[in-house]
Design a protein. Structure first.
Length: 385
């Protein structure tokens, strides 16, 4: 069973499709194709385990089991009910349904989830005389439904709780950045782990920890306490999973890293230190209380990443002044560095006063953001060129 190659889907954040595809190829995925917030590929059962345990950029690994066209909700219900669910769910097990939509025919994801649930329950009641229970928190079989226009794809969700829930972050601040987004920001920065990386507004420490995970080539699944949905599948192969874990652990690097995390708030830094300690990354990340505008690197070149306030709890004059001061600090203190800033305040970003080398559209939750890059040169850019 484990050697059977099947079609699989990895979901991710908008804008992460290419880095996820490259990552899956590095794991050995076949026939990789980019989708919208998803990557399609082929792999065997062991690859499902590997992708869940090792991926830094995926949110879920899905195994499609049924695809069909539905022109209305009646056809949708009927096609789902016709599927042999008794081969997947026994009455002593629980299941859940999550639905994602990109359709004008079907517009309410919760309603379509309920219709799918009704179809499955009705099928099993007719076939077995009983019905399984629903468990939205920790089901034995999470099921994922994706509707693209009128094309419906039903998948087994091998992941369960989203892969961004690494497990190392016990304490967060007011506006935490999620772990997959942080991993992507580090990747997009092009940071070379042999050079220093600074996070001057570290919050709960997520960007610094994701940098350490990249630099050490650690599998993010190492921290996970919630387990994975595939562990409850009838064909789960514990020996195969143990082999994949062991192989992944052997790939961890012991090269020294220069990662520096700081924040102006002693309370925030205390939270970051606890998270970093929980992740056993305190040897790789140096944490300090420091006002960013006064922070200066100790090496001539490297990478700086900032996730400054977006201004939700600040007036316009204060947020504009903050971003102006950030631009001034880049020019004065960070010559030789590539400086990255992710923000959802596109107007305040203009106050930085520097021409960005690039701007990448990303989403922090539902907030439309830009990851702006500023390369700070010694002397003029022309002289550098």
């Amino acid at each position: 069973m484990s050697a059977e190659v099947v079609q699989l889907t990895a979901t991710t954040q908008a804008g992460f499709e290419e880095i996820l595809a490259n990552e899956l190829r590095s794991f050995g995925a076949r026939d990789v194709e980019l989708g919208k917030r998803a990557v399609y590929f082929k792999g065997d059962l062991g690859f499902i385990y590997k992708a869940n345990f090792r991926s830094r950029f995926a949110l879920r690994i899905l195994k499609p089991i049924k695809t069909f066209v539905a022109i209305d909700e009646h056809a949708y219900y009927a096609r789902i009910k016709a599927f042999p669910w008794e081969n997947y769910i026994s009455n002593d097990k629980t299941f859940s349904i999550k639905c994602a939509l990109n359709s004008q025919t079907f517009t309410h994801s919760l309603y379509m989830s309920l219709k799918a649930k009704d179809a499955i329950v009705d099928r099993l009641r007719e076939k077995t005389g009983d019905r399984p229970n629903i468990d939205t928190e920790n089901p034995d079989l999470p099921i994922h439904v994706y509707i693209d226009k009128e094309l419906v794809t039903i998948s087994l969700d091998s992941t369960g709780h989203s892969l961004h829930m690494r497990g190392y972050r016990q304490i967060t601040g007011q506006a935490p950045i999620n772990e997959v987004l942080a991993a992507g920001i580090v990747e997009f920065s092009g940071w070379d782990p042999s050079t220093p990386l600074y996070d001057g507004m570290c919050g709960s420490g997520t960007i610094a920890m994701e940098a350490a995970i990249k630099g050490l080539n650690m599998p993010p699944g190492l921290f996970r306490k919630l387990g994975w949905a595939f562990e409850k599948w009838p064909d789960f192969d514990q020996k195969l999973f143990d082999t994949i874990i062991e192989s992944s652990m052997e790939k961890i690097s012991d090269s020294p890293l220069k990662i520096y995390a700081s924040d102006v708030s002693a309370n925030v830094v205390s939270k970051a230190k606890k998270n970093i300690y929980n992740a056993e990354l305190d040897d790789e990340i140096q944490v300090s209380v420091q006002e960013f505008l006064e922070l200066k690197p100790t090496e001539p070149r490297g990478t700086l990443i900032l996730n400054p306030p977006y201004g939700d709890r600040m007036n316009k004059e204060d947020i504009d002044l903050l971003y102006k001061n950030l631009g001034d600090a880049f020019k004065q203190n960070w010559k030789g560095f590539s400086c990255f800033m992710i923000t959802g305040n596109l107007e305040a970003l203009k106050k930085v006063g520097l021409k960005s080398t690039s701007k990448r559209e990303l989403f922090n939750g539902s907030i439309d953001c830009r990851l702006a890059r500023f390369d700070i040169y010694e002397g003029s850019k022309r002289e550098q060129e």
